[in-house]
Ligand binder design. Sequence first.
Ligand SMILES: Nc1ncnc2c1ncn2[C@@H]1O[C@H](COP(=O)(O)OP(=O)(O)OP(=O)(O)O)[C@@H](O)[C@H]1O
Length: 302
Amino acid sequence: MTILSVSNLAKQFNNTYAVKDLAYQFTPHQCIALIGPNGAGKTTTLQMIAGLLQPTSGEIIFDKHKSIDRRTLIGYLPQQPVFYSWMTGSEFLVYSGQLGGLTKTASRKRSAELLDITGISEAKNKRIGNYSGGMKQRLGIAQAIIHQPKLLMLDEPVSSLDPIGRREVLTLLEQLKTEMTVLFSTHILSDADEISDELILLRKGEMIESGKMKDLRQKYQTTKITLQFLENQAFYQKKVAALPHVTRTLLERDTVQVIATNIETARQEILQQAVDEKWPLLAFKLEQATLEEMFMKAVNDA
Ligand SMILES: Nc1ncnc2c1ncn2[C@@H]1O[C@H](COP(=O)(O)OP(=O)(O)OP(=O)(O)O)[C@@H](O)[C@H]1O
């Protein structure tokens, strides 16, 4: 099931493409990270989807309805949200709800719910000017979802926060994806690595890689297995090297490093042989590519 479909999306400023040929299908309850360095086109993409910026070309279709008012389905938190620092968190949310069309009573009820969900109810009567960065971001998220959108979009929601604020916001986003799809931009790969189910990698406005995190991990997996034996590493290195699907082995300190073109076949072969010949295997580690390695490889391939 798709909640949002984007195809051939492009934005040109002067004669330069900020975003080019972007296509993606967004499904419910997923957390998608839009990753790219500064100037990659992340803000432009989010603003086009939010309806704040007119695309040069392409289509953005929500729930298969071309004509639906997107604002009812989207919550958007910009990179630098603006708050009235003299208002309390609670006043700000009630006011935002009323601006969004809720009655005062409905807005009060929803605001109380959101203050709880975002974990700032204890500070609801404090002025926003006294909130920490993480609290302000959580208040911004509460405001963005006051109308119960299907898609929450956030532009660099944690980049400017300290480690505590960052953790609070990432945890909140993970909770929120049970109720909606979350699309957030970041240039910090470890943030994306922590909570996202899917990735869209942008470079100079072009989507150079996209898809489910687990599929991408498999695609970019480094073809390396680290083995450690109870004793006599060199002896077992020779045994492993003799296996048909093992390309190369290396003795590194007290471990045997195994390189193979098909890591899955090599893995099965090694484990089978270890069982058959009762190898004294102490450790078996399949190296996973970090998001940074994936990103670098995708950039180089592109
Ligand atoms: N209003 C504009 N007029 C002209 N060029 C623009 C405009 N907005 C963005 N750009 C250009 O489009 C490109 C993409 O910008 P965008 O802000 O979308 O990137 P980004 O990935 O969000 O970067 P950052 O992480 O720095 O916010 C950049 O080269 C930028 O200079």
